[in-house]
Design a protein around this ligand. Structure first.
Ligand code: HEM
Length: 445
């Protein structure tokens, strides 16, 4: 394998895509996001909100579920063609784990690892695996997303520099980052790879927690409550701006963006104070301000879709920061669901009935199980909180039940072979979901 070095572009701020790690799987706080951007690709949501997963789909590999329910390769335009090869390679490594030697040297900015085997075939597999994983990190093709640590590693891929060099019987890998939180992530990941080497499949079946972001300030209860209230207030003005620009409603969109521009600076300044940062020093406040000004200028020129695109990353920026600070904001569980939902809806929207084959059905079945579990978290979340002023909790319950019904319909369709019905019920997840999300916006100020 040729030595290669990558410097995956470093982002200057803690931003990026949707997200998440189930709270149950997290060890305290500290999740982040990968890239940003609107991935609706002109499809829009029924209610006009584009929530972007922004990433290629992310198949899992070590089946934890019943046979046949593992996440296989995706179909259609989002196909992950190297999934099967990559899975076979690391399964073979896990099988040969006792023939592998590994050492990890922690650096202040990351790790240097040496992973080798005196067995030539295993050595080749190690090199193949690392090369394949290098490409995945570089190209944002996540794998093993059911494991919080791996999901987070891929989200933060832009902040990781990875250098791979061949050594006798294997590879020397140096992974570094300028972001202290990502350094912790790299350390944890290197430890997990070492555990794979030590325990093989027994370790690979486990999930691994995201490390706590030690650089984040610790908020007390009062600060946390205040951060929740400010998040809800911002959503009340942000969601209408996001939705109405996506719906192409010029006047209403313009008004909503103007209202957001008027209210957001005070809210972010208060947020900065709450978390104990100088507002002028808080990159997040500056980024929020910049995005809103850009949206305002675009909407003024009648470019609604572009204005929507400028606003869209804000949700992820704020979510990132909340998670970094350990603020458990209920609306964020909707974004967790959104990530898996998009993996169902996007390919289904592009597919024709003739594309619905066994592979697609198997993939949809696995994803719908995941979506269903994620929606259970939404169902268990208490949205009936004082911070959600004006929220009609009963109506929200009905909407949440509607999405459950849509999921059940999808499960039912997937038991049969009616391609139209499968595609229709897959696409139907989105408009219902959008109604739940937009319930947190104030459309009638
Ligand atoms: C015995 C089994 C395994 C060995 C020897 C192995 C080896 C390695 C090595 C040497 C690296 C480079 C980073 C480092 O050294 O810390 C790496 C990275 C990676 N491995 Fe594995 N691995 C194994 C199992 C797995 C499994 C089961 C997965 C599950 C998908 C996996 C996914 C990854 C990913 C995503 C990366 C790239 C992430 C990054 O380093 O930033 N590996 N692996």
């Amino acid at each position: 394998m040729c030595p290669f070095k990558t410097t995956v572009a470093l982002l200057s701020i803690v931003l990026a895509v949707l997200f998440t790690v189930p709270a149950s799987a997290q060890n305290g706080r500290g999740t982040g996001r990968g890239k940003q951007g609107c991935g609706c690709r002109g499809q829009g949501l029924g209610e006009g909100v584009c929530m972007n997963s922004g990433q290629a789909s992310a198949p899992d590999a070590i089946p934890e579920k019943a046979p046949g329910q593992g996440m296989g390769p995706m179909f259609g335009p989002n196909a992950d063609e190297s999934f099967v090869t990559d899975r076979d390679t690391f399964h073979s490594l896990l099988n040969s784990h006792d023939k592998i030697d590994r050492s990890v040297m922690k650096l202040p900015t990351g790790v240097t690892t040496i992973t080798t085997s005196s067995d030539k075939e295993v050595a080749t597999k190690i090199r193949e695996h690392v090369e394949a994983m290098y490409a995945r990190v570089k190209e944002h093709r996540p794998i093993r997303v059911r494991d919080p640590l791996f999901a987070e590693l891929f989200r933060q891929a832009d902040k990781i520099d990875m250098k791979v060099e061949p050594v006798d019987g294997g590879v020397r890998v140096t992974e570094t980052s300028e972001d202290p939180y990502v350094v912790q992530l790299i350390h944890s990941h290197a430890g997990v790879v070492s555990a794979f080497v030590e325990y093989g499949f027994a370790e690979a079946r486990k999930n691994h927690a995201v490390p706590t972001d030690e650089s984040a300030p610790m908020l007390n209860n009062e600060q946390t409550q205040h951060a929740l209230e400010l998040s809800a207030r911002l959503d009340r003005v942000y969601i209408p701006a996001l939705a109405l620009t996506n719906q192409g409603k010029k006047d209403a969109g313009q008004k909503a963006v103007a209202r957001l521009a008027a209210e957001a600076p005070a809210l972010t300044a208060e947020m900065a104070q709450t978390v104990g940062v100088e507002p002028g020093q808080w990159l997040l406040a500056k980024e929020v301000d910049k995005a809103i000004r850009e949206a305002q200028s675009l909407v003024g020129q009648g470019q609604l879709a572009q204005a929507h695109g400028a606003l869209e990353p804000l949700r992820n920026m704020l979510l990132d920061e909340r998670r970094r600070l350990g603020v458990d904001y209920p609306v964020d569980v909707l974004s967790d669901f959104h990530e898996v939902m998009e993996k169902i809806v996007m390919p289904a929207s592009k597919a024709q009935p003739t594309d619905v084959d066994d592979a697609m059905i198997a993939s949809l079945k696995a994803l719908s199980v995941e979506a269903s579990a994620s929606w259970s978290r939404v169902e268990q979340t208490d949205f009936n909180l004082p911070c959600f002023v004006g929220l009609d909790a009963r109506k929200l319950d009905t909407l949440i039940a509607d999405e459950r019904a849509a999921l059940t319909e999808l499960h039912r369709a997937l038991r049969g072979r009616d391609a139209d019905k499968i595609l229709k019920s897959a696409r139907a997840l989105k408009p219902t979901f959008a109604r739940v999300y937009t319930a947190f916006g104030d459309f009638h100020p």
